[in-house]
Design a protein around this ligand. Structure first.
Ligand code: IMP
Length: 212
C-alpha cells in the first residue's frame, strides 16, 4: 500500500501559462483526472518568493488549494545554465520580461555565454528542472522533481513548444525541444520517451499518486 496520498476526480492546475496548462492537461487526462486552470477560475497569482523550484511549486499549489478548497497541482520549472552560475534558474520566466519575450531572453543567454567564451557544447551545458506539487486543503502536499540534461545551441531552432525550447538540445538527440513534437518532448512511455523534465517529474508523481 502506497504511503502517498492518491489524487482522484479533479484538480485545479495552478498555472496561468497556456503552454504548461496544455502539457499538464495532456499528462493528467489518461488518468481520468479533470483539470481546471487557475485562469479559468480567476485565481490571483501568488508571488513566487521561494528560492528553489520546489518552494515555488509549493507556494502556487498551496495558494490555489486554499482559494478553492480543492486539490491543486502546480509546477515550477526553468532552465539552469551551468556556465551562468545556474541562471536564469528560478527566474526563467522573469528573464522574458512582462511581454514574455523569449527571443529577448534567449538572446540574453547567448550574449552572456559569448562573453564567457563558452563556444563548445561542453561549455554550454544546461538542464531543465521541473518541480511538481499537489496540495490539498488540509495542508497535505506531495512533491516530485524531474530533470533533463543537454546544452544550449545557437541560433535557436524550431517553432514548437514554448519558452526556451528552441535553445535546448537534450543529450542523445539531434533536434531541439523546439523542433520536437509534443509527443517526443513530453509523451510518456509506452508512446513517448518521457524525455522532458516535466514528463520525468510526472512519471514519479503518477507512480506515487495516480491510478491508471
Ligand atoms: P514558472 O515555472 O512559471 O515560474 O516559469 C518557468 C519558465 O521556465 C517558463 O516560463 C519557461 O520560460 C521556462 N521553461 C520551463 N519549462 C520549459 C520547457 O519545457 N521548455 C521551455 N521553457 C521552459
Amino acid at each position: 500500500m502506497s504511503s502517498h496520498r492518491q489524487l482522484t476526480g479533479s484538480v485545479v492546475i495552478a498555472t496561468h501559462n497556456p503552454g504548461k496548462l496544455a502539457e499538464m492537461r495532456e499528462l493528467l487526462s489518461p488518468y481520468g483526472i479533470a483539470a481546471q486552470s487557475a485562469s479559468e477560475l480567476n485565481l490571483a497569482e501568488p508571488e513566487e518568493t521561494g528560492t528553489t523550484f520546489a518552494a515555488n511549486a509549493r507556494i502556487k499549489a498551496t495558494a490555489a488549494s486554499n482559494a478553492t478548497e480543492r486539490a491543486a497541482f502546480a509546477d515550477d520549472s526553468g532552465l539552469v545554465v551551468e556556465a551562468l552560475a545556474g541562471e536564469p534558474g528560478i527566474y526563467s520566466a522573469r528573464w522574458a520580461g512582462p511581454d514574455k519575450d523569449f527571443r529577448f531572453a534567449m538572446n540574453r543567454i547567448q550574449t552572456l555565454l559569448v562573453e564567457k567564451g563558452a563556444a563548445s557544447p561542453d561549455q554550454r551545458r544546461a538542464h531543465f528542472i521541473a518541480a511538481l506539487c499537489i496540495a490539498w486543503p488540509d495542508g497535505h502536499v506531495e512533491e516530485f522533481e524531474g530533470r533533463v540534461d543537454g546544452h544550449i545551441v545557437w541560433p535557436p531552432r524550431g517553432e514548437a513548444g514554448f519558452g526556451y525550447d528552441p535553445l535546448f538540445l537534450p543529450d542523445g538527440h539531434e533536434r531541439t525541444f523546439g523542433e520536437m513534437t509534443a509527443l517526443e518532448k513530453h509523451g510518456l512511455p509506452p508512446l513517448g520517451l518521457g524525455l522532458s523534465h516535466r514528463a520525468r517529474a510526472f512519471v514519479k508523481l503518477a507512480t506515487a499518486c495516480l491510478k491508471p
